[in-house]
Design a protein around this ligand. Structure first.
Ligand code: PSU
Ligand code: MN
Length: 305
């Protein structure tokens, strides 16, 4: 049924039919996570890195109400510039279709479309999580529930401290979502390599990860996994500086009464402003690093057949 709504790009379709490695990429990071023009430069560079590392990139979005898996460079450019692109998670998809609008897919939205197309590996920067103060705001990202139900592995740089990292891990544990440290025993905290929290399992290379993914899905243990890949040392930020910026961003969000889907984009933009753009540079580098690891995992996973 869903095929009637879905357009898979030529190259992605051919790769999937041939059992070749494909890596899904999200679009909320393009239209709501980074400012123009660096969003578009980054998205195109990420696609190139996926290719250099042996996989086919599939950037995912909704355009004119059509589900798109595999965008052309002009479409990425368009998403990076357009002002009225809706941030699109699970609940939004049917209405963006009905209204024939453009939607930038979040981690949850991207997982759904990737899974429809048959793509199992996805690279991004950060996933949503349980927000600080969630015990009263109930602000828990739909990304976490999607990870509980949809069979896609998400390579990210851990959880950033705009979130309550401890509660996010508890929520994932309850929902049976494994959190893997890629070459680390400690969950990275996005801009920094350390969070003070342990991961569930440490894996040191793509082949062991591919075996675990195959076993999980062969067994019908539905859902995703988080592959937490630390930011390279040379691009990691001073924890004191980034944490001060995050605290200030959270204060401003509370003062402005920012809620719902506006919350994460507001916090990301404030942190960037408060660090004078340093956080954006780190953000871009960690996405590159995740794209390489995701491609390596996709190559190993495809080889398992
Ligand atoms: N974290 C980041 N950068 C991002 C996002 C999160 O460091 O761009 C985006 C992702 O698309 C993620 C979404 O899926 O924010 C989560 O939004 P929310 O917290 O409203 O679920
Ligand atoms: Mn939220």
């Amino acid at each position: 049924m869903y095929e009637a709504y879905l357009d898979i790009g030529q190259e992605v379709k051919a790769a999937l039919a041939a059992g070749k490695p494909v890596v899904a990429l999200e679009s909320t990071i393009i239209s709501h996570g980074m400012p123009w023009p660096r969003n578009v430069e980054t998205a195109l560079a990420v696609e190139a890195l996926v290719r250099e590392n042996g996989a086919v990139p599939a950037t995912i979005a909704i355009l004119g109400g059509r589900l798109k898996v595999g965008l052309a460079p002009e479409q990425i450019e368009y998403l990076g510039k357009a002002k009225d692109v809706e941030k699109c998670s699970r609940r939004d998809i049917p209405f963006i279709i009905a209204k024939k609008r453009d939607g930038a897919t979040t981690v949850a939205g991207t997982m759904i479309l990737a899974s429809m197309a048959g793509i199992r590996i996805f690279a991004t920067g950060g996933v949503g999580g349980v927000h600080r103060g969630a015990e009263t705001s109930f602000d828990i990202s739909a990304d976490l529930l999607e990870l509980a139900r949809t069979d896609v592995a998400v390579v990210c740089a851990g959880a950033k401290s705009i979130l309550d990292i401890g509660l996010t891990l508890e929520y994932l544990e309850t929902n049976g979502v494994p959190v893997i440290g890629y070459g680390t025993d400690e969950l990275p905290a996005f801009y920094t390599r350390k969070s003070g929290f342990s991961v569930d399992y440490r894996v040191d290379g793509p082949s062991e990860l591919a075996l675990a993914l195959k076993a999980k899905w062969d067994l019908g243990l539905h859902g995703g996994i988080i592959v937490a890949n630390p930011i390279p040392e040379e691009y990691s930020m001073d924890p004191a500086i980034i944490n001060a910026a995050i605290e200030e961003a959270l204060r401003q969000a509370r003062a402005a009464d920012i809620k719902g889907k506006e919350s994460t984009p507001f916090l990301l933009a404030k942190v960037k402003e408060l660090t004078g753009g340093d956080s954006l540079n780190s953000n871009i580098e960690l996405v590159y690093n995740n794209a390489k690891v995701a491609a390596a995992i996709a190559v190993e996973f495809a080889a398992l057949g």
